[in-house]
Unconditional design. Structure first.
Length: 150
């Protein structure tokens, strides 16, 4: 699987650890930065990862910052992206199965490495199983996004 990953400085260390973990599982990991733990503005990374996934140059994405909130907010602004901020395995599983989420957002200052690995595994191993009600709800969101004018 092609996994696109990025972080800000708050998520840098956990990102590096997840890249090593995912690469060892033979995933094709595409690191969108940063390359150092120096301060970086999270929106620029969130947009790069999200645009790569939305452009079908990656299967799924992972974004990390201190809480995951900022990355999730920024990723949600990219058309075609369904981000999910998850703090446990059940949330990750449901984000994929019922919401067809394509970007996992994690808070490096909220969860540790072992829990992050479990959340990522739950996100990656579950496929969307969209029953009619979930398709209808997703369609409502997509329609709103398409018709949005400010």
């Amino acid at each position: 699987m092609r996994i696109v990953i990025g972080s800000d400085h708050g998520g840098f260390e956990l990102k590096q650890q997840l890249i090593e973990h995912l690469s060892a599982q033979d995933h094709n990991v595409i690191d969108m930065g940063p390359d150092t733990p120096d301060a970086v503005d999270y929106p620029s990374i969130a947009f790069k990862v999200s645009e790569t996934v939305a452009g079908n140059k990656g299967d799924l994405g992972i974004l990390l910052c201190g809480t995951g909130i900022g990355m999730c907010n920024a990723a949600g602004k990219v058309r075609g992206i369904i981000p999910a901020l998850c703090t446990n395995e059940f949330m990750a599983k449901m984000a994929r199965k019922h919401n067809d989420a394509n970007i996992l957002c994690l808070g490096a200052r909220v969860i540790g490495l072992e829990l992050a690995k479990e959340i990522v595994a739950a996100f990656l191993c579950n496929e969307p199983q969209m029953e009619d009600k979930y398709v209808r709800r997703r369609g409502m969101i997509d329609e709103y996004e398409r018709d949005l004018t400010l």
